[in-house]
Design a protein around this ligand. Sequence first.
Ligand SMILES: [Fe+2]
Length: 249
Amino acid sequence: MTDAPRTIPFSRRSALLTAAAGLTAAAVTTLRGRLAFAAAPASAPGSAAAPTGPFTLPALPYKDDALAPVISAQTIGFHYGKHHKGYVTKLNELVAGTEYAGMTLEQVVAATTGKADKAALFNNAAQIWNHTFYWHSLKPAGAGVVPTGRIKDKLQSSFGGVDEAKKALHQAATGQFGSGWAWLVAAGDKLEVVKTGNAELPAAGKKPLLTIDVWEHAYYLDYQNKRADYVQAVLDKLIDWSFADKNLG
Ligand SMILES: [Fe+2]
């Protein structure tokens, strides 16, 4: 599970919704290609007893102690090995014997978005996707904390600089009331920072580039109630701008 992080080609929400609604042969083929990521072998720490079912726990892109001391191996053990894995287990239970068992993860997310009677399906499917995206938004040993190339230019033109973009992300992450996510997204030619609650993804037309998990399970063992310290440490020492660059497409 030490393979290099790969881009998660999560399509624009609009394209995702279109694919789910129509499920044309081309769309399904495309989505299956994207799902190659989510279907990675469940061989990472905490995944020894992988749940049976159509959905699997994607491997961590690094060892469970690789983010320490910013994020401890103990936090990874619970966050990845219990919470992320738990969403996979629950989703497999929920889709058993239903039409959703034959869908890709993205299709389940798209088919259940905004449907109150499908909230459990949406929450677990979206949380699987969000967490996988989060793990890949981080890189050990500060290897990705200096943006270069296109993402650097876009951070400059959209926010006025890297520090300003980090401030916007920090503000979103600490300003999210309760559980949720802070996201860097592409909206047309501009980059924006948005926050979402619980399992929600950015709105249609806002393409995720990277994310920070601000559920308490992401930081409480290491930072207790100091979410701001966790977010600042992640931004300064773990965030992977090259992942955002790849997701620009
Ligand atoms: Fe989480």
